[in-house]
Design a protein around this ligand. Structure first.
Ligand SMILES: [Zn+2]
Length: 412
């Protein structure tokens, strides 16, 4: 047995010597991969103000996808990835950079394997994790592998066979990249079968749920304003202040009736509204929270250096009508003469945008505006909301906000 093993060993040494001869082995090259998502036809992203020109009257039917910042191609910002070649791991696990690029690594081959998760990790310990609770039984969070072949000198690689979570994952990561009010927390985006909303469900962590598209019926998973709106709830409600569900009253009806026997407006048989629509009137508690989420989405998809902004939310019947433009915007509450303690969420959103983009107050940037929600909760009674809110703001914000509140009819 000894003799035979020795012969095999000697043969192996000879083989290694042969392939290691100079000129026979490709030299290791320094490489880098920059990953983009091929969201293409399902998720275009172009600005109505490209070249600084706005063309009223020419909104695309597909307005949910065609307004906002131009950010193509869609880089896999901060996505956790690693790269293997035949010899083993050559880069990662590590987050890709803001352009979706790995760091440089050495490999003798142009063909490597990219491994990645729907998980983005930022330097401040904030993570965005996307679960797929839609396309299979239960929820999945799987590693994906793809063979990448790059010619020498080429770094760009587009992922084309994407998970159902890809548009949702990209939009939430981009939102966090653009405006993160949350730091040091894992944040979850979940593709669901039935609901869109913000909860604490995965282990009690802040979770944005997005209903997936069913057949021809468009879900929220591909609508970037809706994706950023729900993410805005996480970024504002759950990050800047601890607003409880019991702090928010979605029950306003124009007749002011209440089904709560404890309420002074109690009326037997009253059916309060529980659905907030883009043009509906709400108690200030609901209007402000929804307005902050709208403002967040506006801040993600509009250019904050511009005074003008759009916020779009597709609705089922006459979709995409809610396209507003600063200067043309007519506050909903101004027309409807909202009673005390009542406002509209879109009015709130444009007022917040106005504070952020037009007031040009020292120190009033997106982070400061996002943090204002903390000043709004809790308050004693709906009627006291405005004065309570105003009274907690520092100058010069309070003075500016007093004027803006009147302009946008939210000072009720
Ligand atoms: Zn909302």
């Amino acid at each position: 047995m000894w003799g035979r093993s020795r012969r095999v060993w000697l043969a192996a040494v000879a083989l290694v010597a042969l392939v290691a001869l100079p000129g026979q082995t490709p030299a290791a090259e320094t490489r880098q991969i920059c990953v983009t998502f091929g969201l293409g036809s399902t998720y275009a992203d172009a600005s109505p103000r490209r070249n600084g020109i706005w063309i009223p009257g020419q909104p695309s039917k597909d307005a949910g996808e065609t307004y906002g910042r131009t950010d193509q191609p869609f880089p896999a910002i901060a996505m956790l990835a690693r790269v293997r070649d035949a010899s083993g791991v050559v880069w990662g696990w590590a987050p890709l950079d803001e352009h979706g690029c790995t760091g440089e690594f050495e490999t003798p081959t142009n063909s490597v394997t990219l491994e990645y998760y729907d998980w983005a990790y930022f330097a401040d310990d904030t993570g965005v994790v996307a679960y797929d609770c839609w396309s299979g039984d239960g929820c999945s969070f799987e590693q994906a592998d793809v063979e990448v072949t790059l010619e020498t000198g080429v770094t760009h690689y587009e992922l084309v066979h994407l998970k159902p979570t890809a548009p949702m994952f990209w939009a939430t990561v981009f939102s966090t990249f653009r405006l993160s009010l949350v730091h040091g927390l894992p944040l979850y985006a979940v593709l669901t079968r039935d609901e869109t909303g913000t909860r604490r469900n995965l282990g009690g962590w802040p979770t944005a749920n997005y209903r997936g598209t069913i057949g021809d019926s468009r879900g929220t998973d591909h609508s970037k304003f809706t994706l950023a709106h729900e993410w805005g709830h996480i970024q504002t409600i759950l990050a800047t202040t601890d607003v409880l569900a019991s702090d928010i009253d979605y029950g306003y009806t124009p007749s002011m009736c209440s089904d709560d026997p404890e309420s002074e407006n109690y009326q037997p048989g009253c059916t309060p509204s529980t659905q907030h629509a883009i043009d509906s009137l709400e108690y200030q508690s609901a209007a402000s929270v929804e307005g902050f989420a709208n403002w967040y989405a506006m801040s993600v998809w509009n250019d904050e250096s511009q005074k003008q902004a759009v916020y779009i939310r597709p609705r089922s019947a006459d979709t995409f009508l809610a396209i507003y433009y600063e200067g043309e915007y007519q506050p909903i509450c101004a027309e409807d003469h909202c009673p005390q303690g009542v406002a509209n969420a879109l009015d709130w959103a444009f007022a917040l945008w106005d504070l952020q983009a037009r007031a040009q107050l020292p120190g009033v940037g997106p982070h400061a505006v996002g943090g204002l929600l903390a000043a709004a909760y809790p308050w004693p009674k709906p009627q006291d909301f405005w004065q309570h809110f105003l009274g907690t703001l520092p100058e010069p914000v309070a003075g500016a906000w007093s004027t803006i509140g009147g302009d946008f009819a939210i000072d009720n």
